[in-house]
Design a protein around this ligand. Structure first.
Ligand SMILES: *[C@@H]1O[C@H](CO)[C@@H](O)[C@H](O)[C@H]1NC(C)=O
Length: 322
C-alpha cells in the first residue's frame, strides 16, 4: 500500500477495522491511542505550534535564506543571515506578541550588522575609487562614494538582490530605509561569515559596478572650475592663458563663443558658450578632466581589482573644499 505514512492512513486503518455497529461502543478504545500517537508525532516535530501561519513562514524562510546565499554564490552563517534580514520593527512586534503569551524567544535585529556593513562599504568603496581614479581629487572620490552608498542607491541594489520578500518587518511593503539597511546588514553578515576579502569582492560586484557607463565627473559638482584649475596649476608652477578663438553671431541671441586655454602656447582645452565667460568656464572644466584623468575617452574604470587596496596617500591633487 502506498499510504503507509502520515496521520490520515493511521486513522483510516483503525476506523476500518472497527465494525460499524460497534463503533460508538468501542470509540474510547481507539481514540486514546490515536491521540497519544498524535501527541507523540507532534512532540517529535518540536512541540505544539501556537501560530501555524508563522511556523509555515519560518520554514519557508529557511529555504529562502538558503537559496539567497546560493544565488549570490556566497557562504553565509544561517543565523547571522537570518539576523541580517530581521528589521527592528519585526522584533518589537514579536516581543509584544510574546509578552501576551508569556514566552520569551530572543530575537536579534540587524542594527549591529548594518553598522558593521555600512562602515565596511564606505571605507572600501572610498579606497577602491581612490585606487582606480588615482588623479581624481579625494573630495571628488568622496562625493562618488556618498552617492554609491546613499539610501536610494543601496535600496535599489537590495531590491535587485531579491531581499524584499525575505525581510522580516512589521509592515509591508518595506520602505527604502529598510531595504538599504538590510543590504548593509547582509554585507555585515558576509563579513562575519566569509571575511573581508570575500566581502570586498561582493561590494565591488554589486556597489562599485553601479558606476558602469557613468561619467564620474557628474558626481562632483565644481562651482568655479577656472579658480580650481588655476589653483592646481599654480601649485605646479604653471600659468595658463585663455584666448578667444572664435565667435559666431556676436551681439545676436544665438551668439556662440569659443575659448581655448593655453599652456606654453599649446592649447590644452577649449570650450563653447553663449558668452566668453561661460566658454572659458567650459574650457576650464575640460582642462580639469584632463588633469583628473576623467575625460570622456578615459580608460574605463577597472571593476576587477582583487583584494582590498591600500589607502592612497599620494593622491596628487588634494584640493581643499574652500
Ligand atoms: C546619485 O544617486 C542617486 C540615487 O541613487 C541617483 O538618482 C543620481 O542620479 C546620482 N547622482 C549622480 C550625479 O549621478
Amino acid at each position: 500500500m502506498a499510504l503507509t505514512r502520515g496521520i490520515v492512513p493511521f486513522c483510516f486503518k483503525v476506523i476500518k477495522v472497527v465494525p460499524i455497529t460497534l463503533q460508538t461502543h468501542n470509540i474510547h478504545r481507539w481514540v486514546a491511542p490515536t491521540l497519544m500517537e498524535l501527541k507523540r508525532r507532534e512532540k517529535k516535530l518540536g512541540g505544539k505550534k501556537t501560530n501555524p501561519r508563522n511556523t509555515f513562514a519560518e520554514w519557508n524562510l529557511e529555504a529562502e535564506l538558503y537559496a539567497f546565499g546560493k544565488r549570490l554564490n556566497e557562504e553565509f552563517n544561517y543565523d547571522t543571515l537570518l539576523q541580517a534580514f530581521t528589521d527592528r520593527s519585526y522584533v518589537v512586534q514579536e516581543e509584544m506578541k510574546q509578552k501576551e503569551m508569556a514566552i520569551d524567544i530572543n530575537l536579534k535585529d540587524n542594527k549591529e550588522l548594518a553598522e558593521q556593513g555600512e562602515q565596511f562599504i564606505k571605507e572600501y568603496v572610498q579606497v577602491y575609487l581612490e585606487t582606480v581614479l588615482p588623479k581624481f581629487p579625494v573630495d571628488g572620490v568622496t562625493s562618488i562614494t556618498k552617492n554609491l552608498t546613499n539610501e536610494e542607491t543601496l535600496s535599489h541594489i537590495s531590491l535587485h538582490l531579491g531581499t524584499k520578500d525575505i525581510i522580516l518587518a512589521a509592515e509591508y511593503p518595506v520602505d527604502n530605509y529598510i531595504l538599504a539597511n538590510t543590504f548593509k546588514a547582509i554585507v555585515g553578515a558576509l563579513l562575519q561569515s566569509s571575511g573581508k576579502e570575500r566581502t570586498a569582492h561582493f561590494v565591488r560586484d554589486f556597489v562599485i559596478t553601479q558606476l558602469q557607463g557613468q561619467d564620474v565627473n557628474e558626481y562632483w559638482p565644481i562651482d568655479d572650475p577656472w579658480s580650481m584649475l588655476t589653483e592646481i596649476l599654480r601649485k605646479d608652477g604653471v600659468t595658463i592663458e585663455p584666448r578667444l578663438i572664435g565667435d559666431v553671431g556676436k551681439n545676436t541671441l544665438l551668439a556662440c563663443y569659443r575659448v581655448g586655454l593655453y599652456i606654453n602656447k599649446k592649447m590644452i582645452s577649449s570650450g563653447f558658450g553663449e558668452t566668453a565667460a561661460t566658454a572659458k568656464e567650459m574650457a576650464a572644466r575640460e582642462a580639469l578632466k584632463k588633469v583628473f584623468g576623467t575625460e570622456d575617452h578615459m580608460k574605463p574604470i577597472n571593476f576587477q581589482l582583487e583584494g582590498i587596496p591600500k589607502p592612497n596617500e599620494n593622491n596628487i591633487y588634494q584640493i581643499s573644499a574652500s
